[in-house]
Design a protein around this ligand. Structure first.
Ligand code: PNS
Length: 160
């Protein structure tokens, strides 16, 4: 079955990669999709976020990178799938995720959201945290692949 793993991925962390690897094992095709029209002001452009994801999943055969704008429920229909994957970290994610899953199901009754729990080492890891640490010169090498760390540092130094 094909599934979509949607998100902001600004930028992708080891936590996201962990969910991608787990989801790829249980699906025929996984489309990792970057949201284009987020209210959040993104640090990386959609193209940059897609490039980062592409570089990170090059070794996984059944993963594709995409992007979408508008409603996830409509995008899922366009992709011909009714399965959405989301990662769950700590309990604090639950309310937001549950609200999103039920809203999507209201919009499209066939749409199922499957939650995959993250590895314990990434429980409190998020894109916001790594951006903040990187901006203050901290070490994020345990939180994201080296090519993501390099891009973040270049962007922060204004060289990218
Ligand atoms: O990585 P994020 O920011 O937690 O991902 C959130 C995302 C992209 C999955 C969510 O914001 C989304 O699907 N947005 C598209 C708009 C939509 O469908 N909204 C209705 C459901 S709440």
């Amino acid at each position: 079955m094909t599934a979509i793993y949607p998100g902001s991925f600004d930028p992708m962390t080891y936590g996201h990669l962990d969910i991608i690897q787990r989801a790829a094992k249980i699906t025929d095709k996984l489309i990792v999709s970057v949201l284009q029209n987020s209210a959040k002001k993104p640090f990386f452009s959609v193209e940059e976020r897609m490039e980062i994801l592409r570089e990170s999943v090059s070794g996984i055969k059944n993963v594709e990178i995409g992007c979408f704008s508008g409603l996830l429920a409509d995008y899922a229909k366009e992709c011909g799938t009714s399965l959405v994957i989301r990662g769950l970290r700590a309990v604090t994610d639950f309310e937001y995720e549950f609200q999103m899953a039920l809203t999507n199901r209201l919009l499209c009754p066939d749409l199922e959201t499957l939650f995959i729990s993250t590895s314990t080492e990434y429980l409190y890891l998020g894109s916001g945290v790594i951006k903040e640490i990187a901006m203050h010169g901290g070490d994020i090498s345990k939180m994201a692949p080296s090519h993501v760390v390099d891009r973040l540092n270049s962007k922060i130094m204004g060289t990218h």
